[in-house]
Ligand binder design. Sequence first.
Ligand SMILES: NC(=O)c1ccc[n+]([C@@H]2O[C@H](COP(=O)([O-])OP(=O)(O)OC[C@H]3O[C@@H](n4cnc5c(N)ncnc54)[C@H](OP(=O)(O)O)[C@@H]3O)[C@@H](O)[C@H]2O)c1
Length: 250
Amino acid sequence: MDLLLKGRRCLVTGASAGIGAGIVEALTREGARVVATARRKDLLESLADSMEVAGLERPAIVAADITEIDGVKRVARDAAATVGPIEILVNCAGGSRPVAVEAGDDAWDEAFAINFTAARRLTTELLPAMRQARWGRIINVTGLMEPHFLNAALSAKAALHLWAKGLSRDLAAEGVTINSVPPGRIESEQVDRLYPTDERADFIKRYIPIGYFGKPADLANLVAFLASPLAGYITGTVIPVDGGMSQFAY
Ligand SMILES: NC(=O)c1ccc[n+]([C@@H]2O[C@H](COP(=O)([O-])OP(=O)(O)OC[C@H]3O[C@@H](n4cnc5c(N)ncnc54)[C@H](OP(=O)(O)O)[C@@H]3O)[C@@H](O)[C@H]2O)c1
């Protein structure tokens, strides 16, 4: 299927590792022009190098911390200056934040800064160009809504779901869609750290009916479809990519 993404201008956050890097590759394979952002410039350069070796177009790179307002503004400005007005934004930066029951504001604020506020701010920066063009795609990589323990990232991802749903209603008639994709367990830098190989079998047996952790491409393929003009009638949704892990209705 041709996803009609050739030449479309995309920005992907959280692109230096894991799922975000997989999304950069998937969109590039479809012919999109991708800007990749994260803090670690060396990893972004390595991703670009490996893509070039694989015969793919090199993504443009902007290194920044998007928990800082200046970082968000710089990413938005530099991305548009490099490839032109961004038409597709993938908010993927984030990470698990288990917290103690007694955790204070610092821990909660840090978790929300990267898992909620950064995506909201960056979207707000890029929306005017999408609305003017009467076409845009915003896709949030979020998290499953079935916590096994207190994790501030999940509260932030829940906020992202409802923010996205509300915003999708406001933008629907303007050709701009916004959807959320919660991963189950997808191989990535943080998942490699949190789930040592010898502990995975037990987790998989208990929670993942399909029987294995997914690869970034498993989720990136859905993101590429949601980014496509072909997905124009899909908005305000939450679509898990989780090998059957989620048990409750969204
Ligand atoms: N993998 C899973 O199974 C899973 C499960 C549930 C939810 N998720 C969600 O999926 C998304 C991707 O996760 P992942 O597992 O692929 O994570 P990962 O491998 O740890 O990658 C996280 C990405 O976020 C970037 N990032 C973190 N803090 C940042 C900051 N302050 N400013 C800019 N970029 C920042 C990191 O880049 P730098 O460190 O270079 O800045 C990195 O590129 C996250 O939102 C995560 O919460 C993943």
